[in-house]
Design a protein around this ligand. Structure first.
Ligand code: ZN
Ligand code: ZN
Length: 695
């Protein structure tokens, strides 16, 4: 055996040398030299793609998920049938003031809801299921098919939003199949950072479409194995269009496996002398599960901090995936009852989010837990690019208090991505050999790189499509082309309001944060159509009034002329006055100050109280502003200060759900909607006049 092994390479070398000798010495014609140059190329089985005779294209498009990471929502349409893959949400960055979530515009689905057969979910992450509660409110979705864990998470969320009657949520398993008149759906398990992650195959008359959802190839996974046999079979049967996860398209090599990460965390647990704090993404369900098991194995009681982690633990326990008794989990207040080396705290806040538990602890603002010098804080995470500074800040604060902080590094490999890197993406192309490719789940540069990776394997040049949300890709008889666009703008959710009004509010907050606000108070008598006094201009966050006396004077002039002109017109209305003030003042301010402040005309009308009350009732919802503005009239200086002080500043800072936002809303919303909260406590009796309308 030994001899044979050592002889083999030698023989081969000898043979190769001999061959080289021959080709060098002989003067064979060119073509036979060519055959010699590619000795290892053999004919591989061709892909035989199958198309049915049809004149109708299969349309594929994203309502969310292209040129972004978040709100994944993909649509496959053939004839009068639509299926949707995933319905995700995106969490806003700091530029979206006060926005709690971003979802796609569902108007295409609403208009075509009679065609919708089902929504299929690849896995239970928020960027794939978080939009469902908004989607089902608007659009009739007859049934949602989701893998077991995803389905449990969706049911939990729908129940919380009291929407469980709006649709039916069914589990699917790896070998389930679904079909409608023209479309067939089946599944292939892939690896990801959450159990139950599937790629979905959609067979259509114009060829098969495979979408990966989020995936990586992990050969020592913590959960199920990738069904690589299925992927190979799907490739053999012919893939017309591949949609694949581009998150790590720019990352070379392979994504390290989860098992090694958990082993390393386990070793750190053994070394920690005192309490352990560990933070990770709530989305990394596998890791949370194994961290808890490792903690339990090391004889530590577990404290959970953070709603998102609590929720996931509740669900995996209900499903029987976490067989650890209730009494191993303790409340934060009971930490004192145990020795430091008997406690582990699993917490949110790995991104340095100021409101998350870990930041509060580091800042000594947590009611029950603070950091002690013997504590070890483990970041089983990596900072998302925009959060780097926040995370560094947090690490500094923790270190200053004396904690030992361990972050993911080449020495301590305690985090890995849930997404495939370039070599895994190449493997996917090798297995599936798609005719066309639509990279998804990534920023523009990632999508672009992903096409290059595909082309380096087997994707034909020109067969990769760089599309934006709303661009339709039409497949017909083996050809793909870009068709019409559908509406796919982002919709901002402000609190519970998911209407276009919320988008207006965001736009106004944006203006406020950049260019400030100008309130124009005009006092008129609507019975005699007279202007009662010179208009007042209040500027906040736009420019400094004292240094701009001439601008204010000219603004007053402009407003006076505009209002007089409208009052003297045959049919003056409040709407016309408001509009007139805005459209005459706005260009002047822009020309002189290069600013576009939010202009809020406030009309105070001195008219008999009886008719005012009727007006007030008609203008339902404006009461709080009425109260304020009535007060303005009484005691102009003081009350304008109090009513405007909180406006530009509070809307510029991103205070979600605080009173600051409520006030900012009042000012911002009054220009766009009548949905103001009625917060007035002022007695109307003290008002000598009441405004009719506020704009
Ligand atoms: Zn995911
Ligand atoms: Zn995702």
């Amino acid at each position: 055996m030994q001899n044979f092994k050592s002889n083999l390479p030698k023989n081969i070398t000898a043979e190769t040398e001999a061959k080289t000798e021959i080709s060098k010495s002989s003067s064979l014609p060119n073509d036979s030299e060519d055959t010699d140059a590619k000795p290892f190329v053999f004919k591989q089985k061709a892909v035989n793609r199958h198309y049915e005779p049809t004149t109708q294209p299969t349309k594929v498009f994203a309502l969310g998920g292209l040129e972004e990471i978040g709100k994944n929502t993909y649509v496959v349409e053939y004839g009068n049938e639509i299926i949707i893959i995933d319905a995700g949400v995106k969490f806003p960055d700091a530029s979206l003031l006060g926005v709690s979530a971003v979802i796609p515009d569902y108007s295409y689905l609403k208009e075509n809801q009679h065609k919708i057969k089902a929504l299929f979910i690849t896995h239970g992450h928020e960027d794939h299921i978080g939009g469902i509660q908004y989607l089902v409110k608007d659009v009739h979705i007859p049934v949602i098919y989701a893998p077991e864990l995803g389905a449990a998470l969706i049911r939990d969320r729908l129940k919380e939003a009291k929407l469980q009657d709006k649709t039916v949520v069914k589990d699917y398993k790896a070998d389930d199949r679904w079909r409608s008149s023209n479309l067939k759906v089946s599944f292939a398990a892939l690896n990801h950072s959450i159990p139950d992650a599937f790629g979905i195959l959609i067979e259509t008359p114009n060829g098969n479409i495979f979408t990966t959802g989020d995936y990586k190839f992990d050969w020592t996974p913590l959960g199920h194995y990738t069904e690589i046999n299925k992927l190979a079979a799907i490739g053999d049967a012919g893939v017309e269009l591949l949609l694949a996860d581009s998150t790590n398209a720019e990352v070379e090599g392979y994504t390290p496996g989860e098992k090694g990460i958990i082993d390393n965390i386990d070793k750190l647990f053994l070394k920690a002398p005192g309490r352990i704090f560990i933070t990770t993404f709530a989305s990394n369900v596998h890791r949370i599960q194994y961290i808890i098991e490792a903690a339990h194995k090391n004889g530590r009681k577990i404290v959970i901090l953070g709603r998102s982690i609590e929720r996931i633990i509740k669900i995996i326990r209900q499903m029987g995936h976490l067989k650890i008794s209730e009494k191993e989990f303790i409340k934060p207040i009971d930490v004192q009852k145990y020795k430091p080396n008997e406690v582990i705290v699993l917490t949110t806040g790995s991104q340095g989010e100021p409101m998350a538990a870990l930041s509060r602890i580091a800042n000594n603002r947590h009611p029950q837990i603070n950091i002690q010098p013997t504590d070890t804080v483990i970041f089983s995470s990596s900072p998302i690019p925009g959060n780097k500074a926040d995370v560094e800040n947090l690490v500094n604060r923790l270190t200053r208090v004396g904690a030992k902080v361990i972050e993911n590094s080449p020495q301590h490999k305690i985090h890995t991505s849930g997404h495939a890197s370039q070599e895994e993406q190449k493997l996917l192309f090798t297995l599936l050999r798609p005719n066309y490719f639509l990279p998804m789940h990534g920023e523009f540069r990632m999508l672009k790189k992903h096409i290059e990776t595909g082309e380096s394997v087997n994707l034909e040049k020109g067969h990769g499509f760089l599309l934006a949300n709303g661009d339709q890709l039409e497949l017909l008889g083996g050809k793909a082309k870009v068709g019409k666009r559908v509406e796919a703008e982002a919709v901002y959710i402000d609190g519970k309001d998911a209407t276009a009004q919320a988008s207006n509010v965001i736009r106004e907050r944006d203006i406020l944060s950049r260019d400030g606000l100008m309130a124009v108070v005009v006092s008129i008598d609507s019975q005699t159509n007279k202007l009662l006094s010179a208009p007042k201009i209040i500027s906040r966050g736009s420019f400094y009034v004292r240094e701009s006396a001439n601008i204010i004077a000219e603004s007053i002039n402009i407003v006076t002329n505009t209002v007089l002109e409208i009052l003297n017109s045959p049919k003056p209305t409040f709407g016309a006055i408001k509009q007139g003030i805005k459209s005459s003042l706005s260009p002047y301010i822009f020309n002189t100050k290069r600013r576009n402040p939010l202009i809020i005309p406030v009309i105070l009308n001195k008219k008999s109280d009886v008719s005012n009350d009727t007006q007030n009732r008609n203008n339902n919802g404006n009461t709080s502003n009425n109260g304020n503005n009535g007060n303005n009239n009484n005691n102009n200086d003081r009350s304008t200060n109090s009513s405007t002080n909180n406006k530009p500043t509070s809307s510029a800072t991103r205070t979600k759900g605080t009173s600051g936002e409520g006030k900012a809303n009042n000012s911002a919303k009054s220009t766009s909607s009548n949905k103001n909260q009625t917060t007035t406590k002022k007695s109307k009796d003290t008002l000598t006049s009441k405004p009719l309308a506020i704009r």
